[in-house]
Design a protein around this ligand. Structure first.
Ligand SMILES: C[S@@+](CC[C@H](N)C(=O)[O-])C[C@H]1O[C@@H](n2cnc3c(N)ncnc32)[C@H](O)[C@@H]1O
Length: 251
């Protein structure tokens, strides 16, 4: 089932988004919890939902040898960039509809940063779980509700990006309820700040301006980031602390 609401934002901003990720490859640490919780085995069959331009796809494909990876996204432009980055692999297939994957066929499923765009989170969770074999796990990572990043999107980003950005980020109780609706046998949820690391203010400004495709000079972006987020300075680095929530559902 495809929970498409509007795929236009990421088709439009894909290039700018990927510029930020490619220019600052070590800034993001938001995939670490997922990669560690998935405990990937080299023969795993994995479904990645909202794979986008391939930040996580690249890490997963390196870990599977005889396994198979389906990388799904509703925005085809992102998958083109994903393939350019990850290269062609006989065990990596790009899809726009997760119903291209057979029920009960995957060992794992995962999604990062796309959850708040899902219109019907109950049915997409059920759908992701339906693709898993019994005992398989579905790991979700997204920005956290009632947080600095929710306010930053609502009060700043929405007004200065051509596509707008209105979305509700998941809370702990939402994640637990989704597990119940999808009949998960076990649900674990963790919420914590993830550092995004940069050498200086200029890098912070450029990364966030490009990743969200903001219509403002990156010096202005830095000022907004400084206003909304907890910034930590150590050993000549600036870490922007971004609130995340992660869930691991077992079928
Ligand atoms: C912030 S990006 C995250 C991309 C990638 N996972 C990453 O971490 O860089 C969000 C992605 O969710 C995708 N998306 C939005 N709505 C979706 C839906 N209903 N089903 C699948 N993907 C969706 C967008 O096209 C976009 O590529």
């Amino acid at each position: 089932m495809q929970t498409a609401l509007d795929d236009s934002r990421f088709n439009i901003i894909a290039q700018s988004y990927e510029y930020a990720i490619a220019t600052y490859p070590d800034a993001r640490k938001d995939g670490d919890w997922l990669i560690s919780s998935m405990e990937i085995k080299e023969d795993d069959t994995i479904l990645e939902i909202s794979a986008g331009t391939g930040f996580l796809t690249e890490k997963i494909i390196k870990n599977i040898k005889s396994g198979f990876l389906y990388a799904q996204d509703i925005a085809p432009r992102t998958l083109e960039l994903n393939q350019k980055k990850c290269g062609v692999h006989s065990n990596l297939k790009y899809i726009t509809d997760i119903d291209a994957v057979k029920d009960n066929s995957c060992d794992k499923s995962v999604t990062l940063g796309g959850w708040h765009h899902m219109e019907d989170q109950i049915s997409i969770t059920r759908s992701a779980m339906s693709k898993l074999k019994k005992g398989g796990t579905f790991c979700v990572g997204d920005f956290s509700d009632n947080s600095s990043i929710q306010r930053y999107f609502d009060e700043v980003v929405d007004d200065i990006t051509s596509t707008g950005h209105q979305a509700l980020f998941p809370s702990k109780s939402r994640m637990i309820n989704l597990g119940r609706f999808a009949e998960a046998s076990n649900t674990e949820v963790e919420e914590f700040d993830v550092p995004f690391d940069f050498k200086n203010e200029d890098e912070v400004g450029e990364f966030f301006q490009k990743v969200f495709a903001l219509d403002q000079p990156h010096e202005e972006t830095y000022k907004d980031i400084e206003k909304y987020f907890d910034l930590q300075h150590s050993e000549g680095m600036i870490s922007v602390m971004v609130p995340y929530i992660y869930a691991r559902y077992t079928k």
